[in-house]
Design a protein around this ligand. Structure first.
Ligand SMILES: Nc1ncnc2c1ncn2[C@@H]1O[C@H](COP(=O)(O)OP(=O)(O)OP(=O)(O)O)[C@@H](O)[C@H]1O
Ligand SMILES: NC(=O)c1ccc[n+]([C@@H]2O[C@H](COP(=O)(O)O)[C@@H](O)[C@H]2O)c1
Length: 184
């Protein structure tokens, strides 16, 4: 039996790891799909798909779990109604999907694919958004991701990148707002 676990993993955190370990108790193999693969260098999506892949491999280590996981990437498309077919055409075959994302659950269910909702692990702390906010505040984010992921993010100066792209994004938004108001 093969399960599929999809997420943006911006970054891969201990909530994801707990879900993965839970899935591993239920299926033989797991296809981990890094979604929104085209996104990077933005405040909501600071890391490239390759960097996210490295995070996941670093967290998996070299043990038994690693041998049972296939990690792949998938770009978004601008038609939700075709997304499940798009995904099925790009990733290895799977029997069921694990997700808590309402849109993902709806699209797979409508396509007749079984979806299971894994339990949420301390969602208030283990969430990509909360971790990115902590990174921007130079807070204590390292304890919320697997140690190897923290090491990788430090290696690529990920926090500095996130802070810079968040700053330029807010300046850009403020500029656009001023530009728009001056056009009224
Ligand atoms: N703490 C958690 N416990 C269980 N599942 C989680 C947890 N955090 C995320 N997930 C689930 O993992 C999948 C992938 O999530 P995703 O990569 O978007 O992370 P996220 O923490 O929700 O990030 P963001 O806040 O950036 O949206 C989703 O189905 C999501 O619901
Ligand atoms: N139309 C589409 O491209 C489409 C539809 C549904 C989900 N997705 C992607 O699936 C992933 C779902 O992951 P999250 O649960 O982390 O949001 C995201 O990368 C999201 O962009 C894409």
């Amino acid at each position: 039996m093969r399960g599929l676990y999809i997420g943006r993993f911006q970054p891969y955190h201990l909530g994801h790891q707990a879900v993965l370990e839970e899935i591993a108790r239920e299926v033989d193999e797991i296809v981990i799909v890094i979604g929104s693969a085209q996104e990077s260098h933005g405040p909501e999506n600071p890391f490239t798909s390759g960097e996210r892949m490295e995070m996941i491999y670093a967290a998996l280590g070299k043990g038994e779990l690693r041998k049972r996981c296939i990690v792949t990437t998938l770009q978004d498309i601008n038609r939700n109604s075709l997304w499940v077919s798009h995904l099925q055409s790009m990733v290895p075959c799977f029997d069921l999907v694990y997700s808590n994302n309402p849109l993902v659950i709806r699209l797979f269910s409508e396509a007749g694919v079984e979806v299971k909702k894994p339990p949420l692990y301390q969602r208030d702390v283990y969430s990509g958004s909360a971790i990115r906010a902590l990174m921007r505040e130079r807070g204590d984010w390292e304890r919320l991701v697997p140690p190897a992921v923290a090491g990788f993010i430090q290696e690529i100066n990920g926090v500095e990148r996130l802070c810079q792209v968040s700053k330029s994004d807010s300046v850009h938004s403020a500029d656009s707002a001023m530009h728009n108001s001056s056009m009224i």
